[in-house]
Write a protein that binds this ligand. Structure first.
Ligand SMILES: Cc1cc2nc3c(=O)[nH]c(=O)nc-3n(C[C@H](O)[C@H](O)[C@H](O)COP(=O)(O)O)c2cc1C
Length: 330
């Protein structure tokens, strides 16, 4: 979960029997190493480090005029000054990060939006690191398996954050977890990790019954004290109901699920496209700095209402107890 994850959040999860994750998005190799070292100081457990992958969008100078106007109007309403000039970037595991992985040896590397090139995959796998990535359809799961992945995260549409799709599948045609998970389990021979809408023992037990070997939770951990999020974001998660969220591409340029707020409403206009991912996100930092939940991005899955405000270690042990109770009742 990018910079919402902290070494103390990941350590608390790993120390209580889960596998903590640290987002590497936007961090230099040196910063990444400091993050992993921070985790190692607090935990002797396993660690997953995560890399979202994307291509360079090319020259952005003259594109996105209508979107820039919409964003500027939002800035003006908050006295946030002129909008910044976004820069194109590329999401890869570069040499600096490969050196960091070689030195720090996290147990797991996960990817979002597909997989890196074969050379990078080989370099990571030659370190003995377990590699996983998200699939939003059976076809994507098959592609990941063919590329030699160790396990697949089946990401249902309920999930918070970005849709992990890498085949440009129409978002409205992507399945929810109940439909996706058993079909992925039937289609591949590697373990499947269920993600999307899982927030308590009942939803974990259901995923296991549908064939999951493990579960991945995002939104539920946003409410832990160790997560780095705005107070307004916590409040939005606390007040969310089943129909509070929407999938939109206006925050980053790629579809992701958020609590619907003024930000999403005012940047959604027919015919107005966001800048390519992740350039559109350059507009978000000053809006987040206002601390105002109306104009900051509020990433959330559809099960926010089932999540609880508690320390991460307590959450992991509560989830385990609840899951065991579910299985002992049936
Ligand atoms: C705030 C937020 C940020 C996320 N960022 C990432 C990310 O950087 N990389 C990634 O692989 N998945 C990311 N995800 C998606 C999660 O890996 C996972 O699929 C999702 O959280 C599961 O659904 P849930 O939110 O209903 O638990 C993010 C999710 C959230 C809520």
């Amino acid at each position: 979960m990018g910079d919402h994850t902290t070494p103390s959040l990941a350590a608390a999860v790993s120390n209580s029997g889960g596998l903590g994750g640290l987002g590497m998005w936007g961090f230099s190799g040196e910063e990444a190493e400091r993050r992993v070292a921070g985790f190692r100081q607090q935990s002797g457990g396993g660690l997953n480090v995560n890399y979202p992958l994307w291509d360079h969008a090319g020259d952005l100078t003259d594109i996105g005029g209508p979107m820039r106007k919409l964003v500027q109007a939002l800035y003006d309403s908050k006295n946030a000054g002129p909008i910044p000039e976004p820069k194109a970037s590329v999401g890869v595991v570069n040499q600096e990060h490969l050196a960091m992985l070689e030195k720090m040896r996290p147990e797991v590397v996960s990817f979002h939006f597909g997989l890196p090139d074969a050379e990078t995959m080989d370099a990571i796998r030659s370190l003995g690191i377990f590699v996983i990535s998200s699939a939003t359809t059976v076809a994507e799961a098959r592609q990941l398996e063919a590329a030699g992945i160790d396990a697949i995260i089946a990401q249902g549409t309920e999930a918070g954050g970005h849709r992990g799709t890498f085949t440009k599948t129409d978002i409205s045609m992507q399945p929810g977890l109940f439909a996706l998970l058993p079909q992925v389990v039937d289609a591949v021979n590697v373990p499947v990790i269920a993600a999307g809408g899982i927030a308590d023992g009942r939803t974990i037990a259901a995923a296991i019954m549908l064939g999951a070997s493990a579960v991945q939770l995002g939104t539920a951990f946003l409410r832990c004290g160790e997560a780095q999020i705005l107070d307004a974001h916590r409040e939005a998660l606390r007040n969310a109901s089943d129909d509070s969220t929407v999938v939109s591409n206006v925050v980053s340029g790629l579809p992701a699920r958020f609590v619907k707020n003024r930000l999403i409403e005012e940047l959604t206009e027919p015919g107005v496209e966001p800048l390519p991912f992740p350039a559109q996100m350059a507009f978000m930092a000053p809006l987040e700095d206002t601390g105002d939940g109306a104009v900051a991005p509020l990433y959330s899955g559809q099960s926010a209402h089932l999540t609880r405000e508690m320390a991460a270690a307590d959450l992991v042990s509560t989830l385990a107890e609840e899951t065991n109770r579910c299985f002992s009742q049936y």
